[in-house]
Design a protein around this ligand. Structure first.
Ligand code: ADP
Ligand code: MG
Length: 348
């Protein structure tokens, strides 16, 4: 890892991408305030990304979620300038991507940021080992060393034994594991996933989500993960950016978004989420008072309600919620039951 522990791995500020004639005049009022459809009608331009800002911490999994057409792919393609942004700033590990030269961009894409797409993009006439080692070959790594490294990665993604298979001999899930191994081969500081599992069957998809979570726990790579699937977002994301019509609707942890949706659209969107799986104690606690019993179990503020429920309900005293060694709140049985019972009541 490079830089100070506190400096972000990725920083995006005021990013715009407008497709169409004379795109840069759209960035100010009144055009910038028009909704997408009206803008398109009046100017012929599409504002794919509208004034998006966020930071991703080293090791964080940052999910970008939104409906099809909301601007997710355009946003992540701007990060390595596969698409040139119309305006805004992008910094990767402190390097200014917008000002980067062609040579610097090549270095960025080969060594520091890897992408995994829905379409695996494997080379059909190459065996797994040579697909995984492709980026290393482009970099000029010698065959022996390259195969050694590729073999480790093939193991890492659970494909040992398939080193010499060709892509068309593998299932979709296995092909995407090859894509993942290839992306990891560069030892990137940021991995970008653009709906990598959307074409896979639901069960395989869950396997792959577990795989990403496992690899993440092991490697601590910073990841930007694009999906249109809320469950996938909640499973994988440390934080989630919800995009709508090119703009940020909300950025927050899964618990923040479910507990405090920024607007009615987000509220609707997350309404079917089982709250006890996502909400943490800090979202259901109340402030402590001098008369509270201090004999209840002590639980962490970021523990999800579902995991706290049994302990809380089994105790005669309310739960003490602790953050950084301090008592920050009290959760009594009612608070737990309000969350748990609400979701067990079947809705029509
Ligand atoms: P998502 O990945 O969320 O589905 P995209 O980033 O692909 O969304 O697209 C966002 C919007 O930008 C869409 O309205 C799309 O039609 C438009 N768009 C994407 N690429 C181009 C392009 N090259 N030219 C014009 N419009 C584009
Ligand atoms: Mg897309």
């Amino acid at each position: 890892m490079t830089g100070q522990p506190t400096s972000p791995a990725l920083r995006v500020e005021g990013l715009w991408k407008v497709f169409g004639p004379r795109a840069d005049r759209i960035l100010g009022p009144p055009e910038a305030d028009l909704d997408r459809a009206t803008l398109k009608e009046r100017t012929g331009c599409v504002a794919a990304v509208r004034d998006v800002s966020f930071e991703v911490a080293p090791g964080e999994v940052f999910v970008v979620m939104g409906l099809s057409g909301s601007g997710k792919s355009t946003l992540v393609r701007c990060l390595t300038r596969l698409i040139d942004p119309t305006a805004g700033a992008i910094t990767v590990d402190g390097q200014d991507v917008v000002a980067a030269s062609e040579a610097e961009l090549r270095d960025l894409r080969r060594h520091r940021v890897s992408m995994v797409f829905q379409h695996f993009g494997l080379l059909p006439h190459r065996q797994v080992l040579d697909n995984v080692g492709y980026g290393l070959e482009v970099r000029g790594m010698k065959k022996g060393e390259r195969h050694e490294r590729a073999r480790q990665l093939v193991d890492l993604v659970g494909l040992a034994g398939y080193e010499h298979s060709y892509p068309d001999q593998l299932s979709g899930g296995m092909q995407q594991r090859v894509g993942l191994a290839r992306a990891l081969a560069n030892d990137p500081s940021i991995l970008i996933f653009d709906e990598p599992f959307s074409a896979l069957d639901p069960l395989i998809r869950r396997d792959m989500q577990d795989e990403v979570a496992r690899l993440q726990a092991e490697l601590h790579t910073t990841a930007v993960f694009v999906t249109h699937d809320l469950n996938e977002a909640l499973r994988l994301g440390d934080r989630i950016l919800i995009m709508r019509d090119g703009a940020v609707a909300q950025i927050g942890t899964p618990a923040e978004i479910v507990a405090r949706p920024a607007d009615d659209h987000v509220r609707d969107f997350v309404s079917s989420v089982p709250r006890s799986h996502v909400l943490t104690l800090e979202y259901v606690m109340r402030p402590p008072t001098p008369t509270d019993s201090l004999e209840g179990p002590a639980l962490a503020a970021d523990l999800v309600v579902r995991q706290a429920a049994r302990i809380a309900l089994a105790s005669a005293h309310p739960v003490r919620v602790i953050r950084d060694g301090e008592l920050v709140g009290i959760v009594d049985d009612d608070a737990i039951l309000r969350v748990v019972v609400a979701e067990e009541t079947p809705s029509a």
